[in-house]
Design a protein. Structure first.
Length: 338
């Protein structure tokens, strides 16, 4: 057993954060989300996952991170695992996760996910995990200028997906037959919210870390260092150098700018692995996941940044649309743009 070693360790609102980003560490080539959340974050989503016994010298949050790297967490990808000792960060805030079971809905695409590791016994260890989760949630809300009404449960997004109506808190706690999550926190959700609010009132979102000179790197993706076009101390200069299909990344690997460019009818694109395909521009239900080479049916941007794609260049622009269009794909899943 090889215990992971973080690339960096910081403290956020009193919680030790071990950074081990899957965008930098993916030796087993597990499927990864690819949709940017940069500038789109609307809240924090809280989950529960079960307590596990671990070997000496590590913590459950590290082991869950290791299980993700080893592809033992199926298709779950979250930003943080937190236990009674510390938190492990798996994804940069600029990258959406797979955690809310709402496809391309706001849960997955626009919230930071925290998995709080607890058990049903709700003992002192569980309470400490929950406390760390509350501190982390409060710090993240403050970091993005959000209040307590932007704290969500997994169940909230299931109810939104199922077109239920209600206030934020009603949707947070309303019964959903698919899943009630965070299972161990939901029975006292009001008390948990009060705890988060108290840390919002008293805490800070400042990350304690050594100061370093900021460099903005222009790459196709943070993990693809070979594609780098340059590194710039000026964000504006980095944007000027950013070609179509490339992004500007800060020193932490967060995408701060993406050049989507202008797309044209018949343009050949390579779709990244595990990309969601939709039947329309607005639906949140994923038809299936695809990858490979496709062509832009008309090059016209639809809602949610989606484009119609087809399988052959001669299909582009032909009617009836339903016969020749394969579906809709968000442009930020275009891995190679020609």
């Amino acid at each position: 057993m090889t215990i992971l070693r973080p690339d960096a360790t910081t403290t956020l609102n009193g919680v030790k954060i071990n950074e081990y980003l899957l965008t930098k560490h993916n030796p087993n080539h597990i499927d990864m989300p690819s949709v940017s959340m940069a500038g789109k974050i609307i809240g924090v989503t809280v989950h529960n996952t079960d307590w596990i016994t671990v070997a000496s010298g590590t913590t459950p949050a590290e082991q869950y991170t290791r299980a993700t790297v080893n592809n033992n967490m199926k298709d779950v990808r979250v930003h943080y695992y937190v236990d009674n000792i510390c938190a492990w960060q798996n994804l940069p805030h600029s990258l959406s996760g797979w955690h809310a079971a709402d496809g391309s809905g706001n849960g997955n695409r626009r919230t930071i996910a925290i998995e709080c590791i607890m058990s049903s016994t709700y003992n002192s260890t569980d309470k400490k995990s929950e406390d760390n989760c509350a501190k982390l949630a409060a710090a993240l809300l403050k970091q993005y200028g959000l209040d307590i009404n932007h704290l969500y449960t997994h169940t909230h997004w299931l109810n939104v997906r199922d077109e239920r109506n209600g206030t934020v808190d009603q949707l947070n706690t309303m019964y959903n037959r698919y899943k009630m999550c965070p299972a161990y926190i939901l029975p006292h959700w009001a008390e948990f919210k009060k705890k988060v609010q108290s840390y919002l009132n008293a805490g800070t979102s400042t990350i304690s870390a050594p100061s370093t000179k900021q460099l903005y790197r222009v790459r196709k993706s943070w993990a693809d260092a070979k594609s780098q076009l340059g590194a710039y101390s000026s964000l504006e200069n980095a944007k000027k150098a950013c070609k179509v299909g490339y992004s500007v990344f800060d020193a932490n690997g967060n995408a701060v700018y993406t050049n989507g460019g202008k797309f044209t009818k018949g343009q050949k694109v390579t779709i990244r692995a595990n990309t969601p395909l939709f039947a329309s521009a607005e639906t949140t239900s994923v038809t299936r996941r695809i990858n490979g080479t496709y062509y832009l049916y008309d090059g016209i941007a639809c809602k949610n940044g989606r484009y119609r794609i087809t399988t052959k260049p001669e299909f582009c622009g032909k009617t009836p649309v339903g016969r020749f269009v394969t579906g809709y794909v968000s442009w930020d899943n275009f891995g190679v743009i020609r």
